[in-house]
Design a protein around this ligand. Structure first.
Ligand code: BTN
Length: 240
């Protein structure tokens, strides 16, 4: 069920506060404190984009395999964009890019019960009909900017919801390997050499090979060495 709110702080906060059922979507027209990854804020334009959170209760997923939720979310988004004629790729962990521009951000917040997941709140901000962007953002785009036409926001969110639900069911039925393979095949910079940076600023050239089951990103360095990186152990250096 889609719960449509006019305004909230952050749909992730609302999803965690309320008593929502598995599969529910909390969609707010405006967030007063939208949150992004790495402590950044997330802003979007009222009436033009979509900011919402999906509630899942994946008690069948061990905590050590929680990256599976990132995988199905990113794949559901890529499948959705493909359905609207937009070829998107997944910038690890789950940013969605068209070329070198970001069209969607994802913030997943998991609660554990012992060694298993109990609840996953999957916050998604899709740039749909915006054409002007916050100048502080490095490389934004939107569906409208890519295609030169407006989109029906509800159709986009419902399509994404359908794709997510199908992938979630497949994960539950043991389809993790296929999901992992499809996710890796859509990775941004797959098999192409680009610049990355370590937390101390040191840059290096590497190509993306795929992900480990745990979710770590596997890179091949220019000297041929292969190494897996966890979140925050390196970052992509974006083209301006
Ligand atoms: C990022 O790319 O930094 C992640 C952005 C995630 C934004 C979405 S909008 C809906 C949900 N509510 C939030 O406060 N954040 C996520």
């Amino acid at each position: 069920m889609i719960h449509l709110l006019d305004e909230t702080t952050s749909t992730n906060d609302e999803a965690r506060r309320g008593d929502y059922a598995e599969g529910d979507i909390i969609w707010a027209e405006n967030q007063t404190a939208g949150r992004g990854q790495r402590g950044h804020a997330w802003s979007s334009s009222r009436g033009l984009d979509a900011t919402f959170s999906i509630v899942a209760k994946p008690s069948f997923i061990p905590a050590a395999r929680q990256f599976a939720i990132s995988r199905i979310t990113a794949l559901a988004l890529a499948d959705t964009f493909a359905a609207f004629g937009i070829a998107a790729r997944i910038k690890w962990t789950n940013d969605i890019y068209v070329g070198d521009r970001k069209i969607t951000g994802v913030l997943i917040e998991n609660d554990l019960a012992g060694d298993m997941l109990a609840r996953s709140v999957i916050g998604i901000g899709i740039n749909i009909n915006s054409r002007a962007f916050d100048p502080s953002l490095p490389n934004p785009t939107s569906m409208a900017a890519e295609c030169g036409r407006e989109f029906d926001r509800r159709e986009v969110v419902e399509r994404l919801h359908g794709n997510f639900t199908a992938l979630y069911a497949s994960l539950k039925k043991g389809g993790e390997e296929d999901i992992h393979r499809r996710y890796d095949s859509l990775l941004y910079h797959l098999d192409e050499y680009h610049t990355f940076a370590l937390p101390d600023g040191v840059r290096f050239e590497a190509s993306v090979l795929g992900t480990e089951p745990s979710g770590r990103l596997i890179l091949r360095h220019a000297d041929g060495t292969v190494r897996a990186y966890a979140f925050r152990e390196m970052e992509f250096v974006l083209k301006k």
